[in-house]
Design a protein around this ligand. Structure first.
Ligand SMILES: *Cc1c(COP(=O)(O)O)cnc(C)c1O
Length: 350
């Protein structure tokens, strides 16, 4: 606390990101990064962008990237918004579209950045509990509210809702914005992008951090009808004209266009996930059904804290979250098969 802080800063509870250790010998399964990294074409495009010279500002609206994303989904470039990681896109979304007199709804167990944005922007919110098997029950969202946001698949459970249920949720609330945060959608869930044409209240947010192996580049995007995208642009152009630099734009465009690299490594990762889930179940873990690049699992005889520390002693990082229903779960990012095997061996020992 300092006398120089603005009143709002005194009230904030910032989000705490997973550890990024300085030692690279650790097996890092704590922040859902992609073990395979980006497409080599993305790296080449970024090297070229360095050579081209960084003297000039980048395109302020990220048009080259919006254009390729739009083409893939049959949208217009002005139905796509790009930003510095989907966290920034989400922050603008909270300010531009989710701040209303009535409370914003999101699951009680969900991405822990949502309540942080609510505090930053002074947004009233209400948590909707997951059901007994940790699923989002869309019927529970039939209540008076200002807007709705949920990740699909949900984080940190990894459980996905089918597209039909997302559609029902969006159509149940024609007068509220519904944001679907699809950070993990590529690992086996169905995207809601196809609903955009007929749902003026739907915004879909995705990222290059997970399925495209570019967490370090900071590129995220939102898709929706023009009027929603315009709201995001109004906030962005009141905040930072150039959220994506020249390297990020070049790398993201080339990554997006390398469909083959993307599909091969996504498939590898999904196979590793099933392999890891079997290995964990063999050790007595309960593993929630995951459509993401992580699994959420608990052991009936060991606390989450115990396991977290015992793994850390064996140079393996995983993530654990506080909260009554989830404190004994570990969220384990899917690494290479070799990394998953080391994790299983360590857990067997523990
Ligand atoms: C990882 C994650 C994000 C943020 O990703 P960026 O790296 O900021 O693009 C957003 N939402 C959820 C649910 C995530 O897990």
């Amino acid at each position: 606390m300092s006398q120089f802080w603005s009143p709002i800063v005194r009230t904030l509870t910032p989000y705490v990101a997973g550890e990024q250790p300085a030692i690279s010998t650790l097996i890092k399964l704590n922040t859902n990064e992609n073990p395979y990294g980006p497409s080599p074409h993305a790296l080449a495009a970024m090297r070229e962008a360095v050579e081209d010279g960084l003297r000039l500002y980048p395109d302020p609206s990220g048009l080259p990237l919006r254009t390729v994303i739009a083409e893939t989904h049959g949208l217009e470039p002005d139905q796509v918004f790009v930003g510095n990681g989907s966290d920034e896109v989400l922050a603008h979304t909270f300010q531009a579209l989710l701040n209303h007199d009535k409370p914003l709804l999101f699951p009680d167990i969900s991405y822990s950045f949502y309540p942080t944005y609510c505090r930053l922007y002074g947004i009233a919110y209400r948590n909707v509990p997951l059901d007994e098997v940790m699923r989002v029950n869309i019927a529970d969202y039939r209540q008076d509210c200002g807007a709705i946001i949920l990740p699909n698949p949900n984080a940190p459970t990894g459980i996905a809702l089918p597209l039909g249920e997302i559609e029902t949720l969006v159509r149940d609330h024609p007068d509220q914005v519904v944001v679907i945060d699809e950070a993990y959608v590529d690992f086996g869930a169905e995207s809601a992008v196809s609903l955009i044409k007929t749902c003026p209240n739907l915004l879909v947010v995705q990222t290059f951090s997970k399925s495209r192996g570019l967490a370090g580049l900071r590129v995220g995007f939102a898709m929706g009808q023009r009027h929603l995208i315009e709201a995001l642009e109004r906030v962005k152009d009141s905040f930072n004209s150039y959220p994506l630099d020249r390297l990020a734009l070049a790398g993201a465009v080339a990554s997006w266009q390398d469909r083959d690299w993307f599909e091969r490594h996504r498939d590898l990762l999904m196979n590793s996930r099933e392999r890891l889930a079997i290995g964990l179940r063999d050790l007595g873990f309960q593993v929630l059904p995951s459509s993401a690049n992580f699994v959420f699992a608990r052991h009936p005889d060991k606390s989450g804290m115990e396991l977290l520390h015992a793994l850390r002693e064996r140079s393996i990082l995983v993530r654990r979250f506080a909260g009554e229903r989830i404190e004994n779960y570990l969220r384990i990012s899917i690494g290479t098969d070799a990394e998953c095997d080391k994790l299983l061996a360590a857990l067997a020992e523990i």
